[in-house]
Design a protein around this ligand. Sequence first.
Ligand code: ARG
Length: 564
Amino acid sequence: MDYKQQIAETIYSVLNEHLTLEDIYLLLEKPKHAEHGDVAFPAFQLAKVFRKNPAHIAQELAEDISSPLISKKQVVGPYINFFLNKESVSQGVLSEVVAEKGNYGHLSIGNGGNVPIDMSSPNIAKPMSMGHLRSTVIGNALSHILEKVDFKPIRINHLGDWGTQFGKLITAYKKWGNEEAVRAEPIKELLALYVKFHEVAENDPTLEDDGRLWFKKLEDGNEEAVELWKWFREESLKEFKKVYDRLNISFDSLSGEAFYNDKMDQVVDLLNEKELLTMDRGAYIVDLEKYDLNPALIKKSDGATLYMTRDLAAALYRKKNYDFAQSLYVVGQEQSNHFKQLIAVLKELGLDWSDDVHHIPFGLITKDGKKLSTRKGKVVLLEDVLNEASAQALKQIEDKNPNLPDKERVAEQVGVGAVVFHDLKNDRLNNFDFTIEEVVQFEGETGPYVQYTRARAMSILNKAGVTTVESANSLALTDDYSWEVVKLLHDYPHTIRRAYENFEPSIIAKHAITLAQAFNRFYANVRVLDAHPEKEARLALVSAVTDILKEDLRILGVESPDEM
Ligand code: ARG
C-alpha cells in the first residue's frame, strides 16, 4: 500500500481536476515535526485557481476531505496536516511485507532490460587498491538495486590488462625477474619490478624505448611477449579472486582491455568514415572543442592505441552484444574527464544511445590527507584491511559471546561487512580519509550495528517460538514506537526508487541504519513477548524488520548472521 497515493486520490476526488493526481502526489510533503502529522498538503498552488488566499482554501478543502485512512486533520496556515490511522496503515503495510518478505519493494521499472556495469576493473600486476574496492562494492550494490527495479545487470570486470605498462613490465622481468619469486608472491613481485623499472629509467632513458618495443611486440602477437603477459594476468587474477571471494562478488565477464585489441581497427575505421579523426603531431585525435573538452587521443604516433580507444571499442561491443537499456561505469571521479570524452565521441559518431551511457563517479580515499599512489608504494592493501576487520570482530565475539557456534565464519561476515558498509554509507561522491580504526568500528552507524540489531530481532522471534510470521489475525498496531517502524517499512519501495534514480547505495545504507535505530527504540519501550492484544501484530513487525534489514544488507553486499 502507498498511503501517500491514497491520500492524493482522496484530495483529487474533491478537487474536481483542478490539479492532476500526479501533481497532488508530488505536492504532498512529510512534515518536519511528528506533532504536525504524517503527511501535509500545501495549498499555495490552488490560490491562482480559486482566487482566494491559500490559508482559506486549506480550511475549506480540509472540511471536504475524509477517508478511513485519515484519523485527524489539522489546518496550519496554508497547510493541511493529516494524521494517519495507525491501525489501518500498519495492517496494510505489514500484511504486504509479511507476504512478500525480501521481495517487498520490488518495482517494475526496467522491464528486464540489460545494464552492463563496468566495475572493479583493477590493473594486472598491481595490487587492488582501496579505489578498486570502492568500485567493486558500489558496483555490486548497484547491480542489486538494478535487479530490484527489474533490470538485468551484467557485471563486467574491465581488467586493466593492456597498455604500454606491460611492455615495461616485460622489460623489467627479462632484466631482473625471477620465476619462482613471481609464482610465490605474484603481485608483490611484479609491483616491485614495475617500481624498479621507473627508478632505473630515470637515469637510463633507453629503458623506456625497450618498454615501448616490448609493448609493440605484444600488440603484434610476439610469442614470448604474449606468453609472459598471459602468465602475469593469470597470477594476478588468482590473487584478485581471493578478495572477490571474501566479498562474495562474482562477475559475468572478465573481458578487460586486452579483449578489445583486435577490435581497435573497427573503431579507427568508423571514426575515419565519419571524418572525425584529425592528425596532430603524428597522432590521431578527435577534436572535442565544442564540448569544451580536450581532444580524445585515439592513436599515438607509433601506432599504439590507448585507454580511450579500448573504451570506445568496449562501448560499441557492449551495445552490440547486450543491446543495453543503460550502460554504467563505476569509476573514480578522477576519471570524469575521460568518460565525458568517451560519451562525447559516441555522440559525435551519431549514436543516439550515447545518452544511456553513464559514468558513476565516486570520491577519493586518502591516507593522512594524501592521495594513495601505487608508483610511490603508498598503498593500503585491501587484504590487510579485511584481515584486520575480521580479527577485531573475532575478538569482540570472544569477549561477548564466546560460545557462539561457527565463530570464525561469523567474525568474517561481521568484519567484511564492516568494511563494505563503511564504504557505502556515505554519499558515493564524498572523499574520505582512511583509518583502520574507523573502518573496523562496530558501534554507531555501522554494518555490524545493523547486523546485530537484526540478530537480536531474530532471537526475539526465537524466544516467542516463531521463526517467521506468515499470517496473523490482526496486524493493527497503535503505539508510537511501532508507528515509526511501520512508516519506515512503508517507505521502503520509495527508498529503492530513490537509490536507483540516484545510483546511490548510501540511500539503502541510511535506510538500514534508520530502521535499526527505530526498531531498537521500539524494542526498548514495547514489551513484545508479554501477553497483549497486539502481541501477534508486534511479532509480525519484528519479523518484517528482520526481513527488510536482511534485504537492505543483501543489496549492499553484506551478510546477515542469524546469531552473533
Ligand atoms: N583499470 C582502470 C584503473 O584502474 C579502471 C578501468 C575502468 N573502466 C573502464 N572501462 N575504463 O584506473
